[in-house]
Write a protein that binds this ligand. Structure first.
Ligand code: CA
Length: 228
């Protein structure tokens, strides 16, 4: 299956470099240079992953990511932000808005390819089964997580993280292990990214008083447990 990657980037040279590199690696690509054009395209075509530049004409890429997460059709769409800024605050803002990953310019086509493949892998990693712990249900075939029949809005990474931990209850995993298992081996991601996604997962579970299922084990990592 050929994956369709949407490139939202206003710098023609960078967009062209990304497009060529992805197409050489077997991806089908579409390129738009504004948030407005991205919205139009996403309304009419199925996209498997979006690369979203930080600074776009008419707004920030973060605005587009927020829009994607609010939209029923695109809320699980894997998103990688392309950022020229390496400051921690900006990276965190991108992840907080719902991006699954970020890559700092300048990046090599090879690194970008590897990030895209890793993100697609963890988005498709679902096994076809339903996991249940008390009121919490995780359906790995349709990627729905629900409590008392109500569906939780989770990003692709939060879903994969929950599924991974939930299918291995009581086991403690370090951040590095979670990166390997959930993000995929050989990804260029910092360990604090794991904390951001854990926080987001807890936030989604909190309205149901289920955030305590995702436990921090001091000095060791995280575990999924319904025991105190
Ligand atoms: Ca730009």
């Amino acid at each position: 299956m050929q994956h369709h990657v949407l490139i939202v980037e206003d710098e023609p040279d960078i967009a062209e470099m990304i497009k060529m590199s992805l197409e050489n690696n077997g991806f089908h690509t579409s390129h738009v240079d504004s948030i407005a054009a991205a919205r139009v395209l996403l309304g009419s075509e199925k996209v498997d992953l979006a690369l979203v530049d930080w600074m776009l004409p008419g707004g920030s890429g973060i605005e587009l990511v927020r829009f994607l997460r609010k939209n029923e059709v695109t809320k699980l769409l894997p998103v990688i932000m392309l950022t020229a800024k390496a400051e921690e605050n900006d990276v965190t803002a991108g992840l907080d808005a719902g991006a699954d990953d970020y890559i700092t310019k300048p990046f090599s086509p090879r690194e970008l390819n590897s990030r895209i493949k890793a993100l697609l892998r963890r988005s498709h990693a679902a096994l076809d089964e339903t996991l249940q712990t008390g009121r919490l249900l995780c359906n790995t075939s349709n990627h729905r997580v629900s409590v008392d029949g109500k569906t939780l809005a989770l990003g692709a990474t939060e879903f994969n993280l929950l599924q991974f931990l939930m299918s291995r209850p009581e086991r403690v995993f370090s951040r590095a292990q979670l990166l390997d298992h959930v993000w995929g081996p050989g990804t260029f991601i910092e360990e604090r990214t794991v904390d951001v996604h854990i926080l987001r997962l807890r936030k989604a579970l909190k309205p149901y008083q289920l955030d305590s299922l995702i436990q921090t084990v001091r000095g060791a990592g995280y575990r999924f447990s319904d025991q105190d």
